[in-house]
Design a protein. Sequence first.
Length: 412
Amino acid sequence: MKPKMHSVAPNATQVRQRVLSGMRPTGALHLGHYHGALKNWVRLQSEYDCFYFVADWHALTTHYEDREVVEKNVYDMVIDWLAAGLDPELATIFIQSRLPEHAELFTLLSMGTPLGWLERVPTYKDQIEKLKDRDLATYGFLGYPLLQAADILIYRAGFVPVGEDQSSHVELTREVARRFNHLYGRESNFDVLAQAVLKKMSKSDAKAFEVARKSFQQDGLETALGQARALIAGCEAFGAADRERLEGYLRGTGKAILHEPQALHTEVRKLPGLDGAKMSKSYGNAIAMREEPAEVERKIKRMPTDPQRVRRTDAGDPTRCPVWQFHQVYSKADTQAWVMQGCTTAGIGCLECKQPVIDAIKKEQEPWRERAEPYLSNPKQVHWIVEVGTERARTVARETMRDVRAAMGLTY
Ligand code: ATP
Ligand code: MG
């Protein structure tokens, strides 16, 4: 075990909130994936109990006709993750399709989820528009945000790191959880059970709790909610299940079987591709995380620059040049100033200007290549990491499904 595990206080791991995120194995990861998502994943792994999964079923929602793509990229993507610095001792890494529990929860949730909720997800119409060459008028594609909801809810994740465009998916997940708890969280004897829990409190505290609960439920008084919660928190006789039941009793929501997650907004920038548009493998403008250095050099050298700077002696305008966008990500202030000055006065040529970007990207890639090396030469190690992660995830998923089945009356 690595020393950093020991620096975590014994019970700190228990209270660490869970973060869940996934990526679709549809190709080699590129610099955009690193700057837009992975870098953040690496940062989160030491603060949260992170669950990161290979979303192979999600890949099939758009790539159902090309199974080789998904098949080829599953373990390769995990190698990219490890190369970026994910530590399998800190984060749980697993493959979605190895856990049929996701599909079971998806099916059960689908029964009560209104179609309109899915049709209204903004990315639904966008993507259908964007990916016109694929037939996405499928049941699976419409349902994928619900599958995502199942992925999140099954691990009772507290946080989901998302970019702006994905917020609506977390919102849908919250609605689905709320609806589920509302439909199935109210056991017929819920209030009786809650009052039995209250008996573990001192008489005066229990009385104060009831007063606060009524004033919250009748008048919506937030201060009363706070008082009641403080009483729950202060009672040492309660276990986790007691606290949860009283929280549901207090808010009038019943038992929370599925937990509402929150979106974890982090500032990530959109990385442009070689042509200035967003870097994406489908646009053919990407540099892979583990692209060969010679290839990086070739790609950058061929990048278009300010179209109006035709001759070396013409002054250029960086704001019209995609290389400048790379400088904004990769170069320090002094280099940026050198570019700005040199370009606008025709003091430097475009190839000269590109060199610091080439150097910076190659340097960024070095540790990735180094970390990937042992995994590439020993793929069994990667399989083992995924194996361990999958079993860890399964323990949690099974527990949730037990509660879900019981709540829905599926325990005969
Ligand atoms: P691609 O867009 O290359 O085809 P993909 O569609 O399989 O890849 P996405 O789902 O678009 O993958 O991206 C996975 C994650 O990486 C998302 O969190 C997304 O925001 C991030 N990401 C992808 N491309 C970029 C980029 N150019 N800049 C910043 N973040 C990006
Ligand atoms: Mg994309």
